[in-house]
Structures are given as structure tokens and as C-alpha cells.
Design a protein around this ligand. Structure first.
Ligand SMILES: Nc1ncnc2c1ncn2[C@@H]1O[C@H](COP(=O)(O)OP(=O)(O)O)[C@@H](O)[C@H]1O
Ligand SMILES: [Mg+2]
Length: 267
């Protein structure tokens, strides 16, 4: 396998405080990589470095062997990145389908204004409808995002990211706020998206689902990479277990029982 994304010795300082310290890892073409670690580990900051929202203090990020350093976010999207954020952000005054069609249009034009004029074009609505079907939310197409429960909004957020037709999809805690059945179903959908050819970095606190679906894990703690490798082995790594216990997680066996809920309850 070849590396689609290569993160090399990335360090991020915020006002002199180290958020990420000399972290390197690769994401292989076709992989579903889990990026995990306790709260404050630097996971979201790492995604922001990859998308160009945060500039690293030092280090380099390569996509398909080409440097992304210095590129603004919209040009990184053009190169094949898409991000689904932990806090869902649909356009509240557009219907569910228009939100996705708008994103599909923006992907082609790289200009939100142009995408507006093209909004009604059949191609974009078709693409939007296909994505809603893929995410299982067709029944809500004509409705407002304002009335949707979190489970539907999470799927809408994912449909909007997929409308950009990314090579590499970055997911920041897509399962947060879902009950265990919804989480399992959405994790299955993420696996289907990956099998469809999209490489994925999944940040997630639901370690049961992470262990079930991820091909490989990278673990951050306090801004440092503390482990990397095959999921079951990583979860059994003493340093990883200590990091989760140190963060206040109640579980003595993080591989099977620690979830976001457990951590927050114990913190
Ligand atoms: N914009 C920012 N300004 C200052 N500090 C930040 C900023 N974003 C994150 N941090 C700090 O960087 C560290 C890593 O945060 P974050 O990447 O959000 O961790 P995680 O997503 O793993 O919970 C934390 O100590 C956090 O307080
Ligand atoms: Mg985070």
C-alpha cells in the first residue's frame, strides 16, 4: 500500500503551549484509520492542520506525495480533502436536499456564489439525492435541518462532506451524541463509504466501534504519538491503557468498555 497522506514531524504551538509535538504518521490509500486519544490529546488540532485551518509551527503534510503546506483550505478541498466536523453546521434555512446539492455544486465550482446559481441544476440535485439515499435519509430530503434529530443531522453532515467527492475524508467524532444503536449503524455506513473507495481518518471516542471498524490506529496523548498499529494490539498497549486511565476514564479495559459517555461521566 502507498501513503495517500503523510504527516511528517508536525508540531503545533498555541501561544507557546504545545498542542502537537513532533507527530508523524501515514494514511494508506483505501485505509480506515482511527485517530484516538484522551480529551486534549491534539486530535482535532491535527485534523485542522491537515485541512489548513490551523498552520503547523513546524513539520510537513503531503497528500499523494505533494506538499499541502501553505495551501489555503479551499485548495486542499480541491486536492481531495473533506471534513465532517463534530459540531454539525448545515445551512438551517435550506432543505436537507438543498444542503447536499449546494455542497455538490460548490465542489465543482469552488465558489459558493457560483454554486448558488447552479443550485437547481439537475446534476447537483441528482448527486444530492444519491447521497441522501446512500446515507439513508431520503425521507427527510424536503424537510428543514431545524427539525431533525442529531442522528439525521450527523448523516446530513456526512452527506455534505461526501458531496465534495473526497479522496480523503476526515471525520471528527461522528458518533458523539448518538445512542449505541445509532452509533453502530452510522459506523456501518462509514465502513460502506470506505469500501466505496474513500480513504478515511476517523477520530472517535467510542472505542468499541473504533475497534470494530478501523484497520489501524494512531494514538495521541498530550500532543504526542504514543502508539500506532493493529487495533487490538494498540488497545492492549500498556501506555495506551495508562493514558486512558489517566484521563479519568472509568474502564480498566478501554478496548471494550470505554466510550465517550464513560469518559465524560468519570471526568
Ligand atoms: N485555538 C486554540 N488556541 C489555543 N489552544 C488550543 C486551540 N485549539 C486547541 N488548543 C489546545 O490544544 C490542545 C489539543 O486540543 P484538541 O486538538 O482540541 O484535542 P482533542 O481534539 O484531542 O480533544 C488542548 O490543550 C487545547 O486546549
Ligand atoms: Mg477534538
Amino acid at each position: 500500500m502507498s501513503a495517500l497522506l503523510s504527516v511528517g514531524a508536525v508540531t503545533v504551538l498555541f501561544d507557546g503551549v504545545t498542542a502537537i509535538s513532533n507527530v508523524s504518521f501515514d494514511v494508506n490509500q483505501g485505509e480506515l484509520l482511527g485517530l484516538i486519544g484522551p480529551n486534549g490529546a491534539g486530535k482535532t488540532t491535527m485534523l485542522r492542520v491537515i485541512t489548513g485551518v490551523v498552520r503547523q509551527t513546524s513539520g510537513t503534510v503531503l497528500l499523494d506525495g505533494k506538499s499541502l503546506d501553505g495551501l489555503p483550505t479551499h485548495l486542499r478541498i480541491r486536492r481531495g480533502l473533506a471534513l465532517s466536523q463534530q459540531i454539525v453546521t448545515p445551512f438551517r434555512d435550506m432543505s436537507v436536499i438543498d444542503n447536499v446539492a449546494f455542497a455538490a455544486g460548490a465542489a465543482k465550482t469552488a465558489s459558493p456564489l457560483k454554486a448558488m446559481f447552479h443550485l437547481r441544476r439537475e446534476r447537483e440535485l441528482d448527486a444530492g439525492q444519491r447521497l441522501l439515499a446512500r446515507l439513508g435519509i431520503t425521507a427527510h430530503a424536503a424537510e428543514s435541518p431545524k427539525i431533525q434529530p442529531m442522528g439525521i443531522l450527523k448523516r446530513l453532515e456526512l452527506a455534505r462532506a461526501l458531496a465534495l467527492a473526497p479522496q480523503l475524508l476526515l471525520l471528527d467524532e461522528p458518533l458523539a451524541g448518538l445512542n449505541s444503536k445509532e452509533a453502530r449503524l452510522l459506523a456501518d455506513t462509514i465502513v460502506e463509504i470506505n469500501r466505496g473507495g474513500t480513504t478515511i481518518i476517523l477520530i472517535e471516542h467510542n472505542l468499541g466501534e473504533v475497534l470494530r471498524v478501523c484497520h489501524r490506529l494512531v494514538v495521541l496523548d498530550n500532543g504526542e504519538k504514543i502508539a500506532e498499529g493493529e487495533p487490538a494490539a494498540v488497545m492492549n498497549n500498556a501506555t495506551v491503557r495508562a493514558a486512558y486511565l489517566g484521563s479519568g476514564a472509568a474502564a480498566s479495559t478501554p478496548a471494550t468498555t470505554a466510550t465517550a459517555g464513560d469518559q465524560h461521566a468519570a471526568a
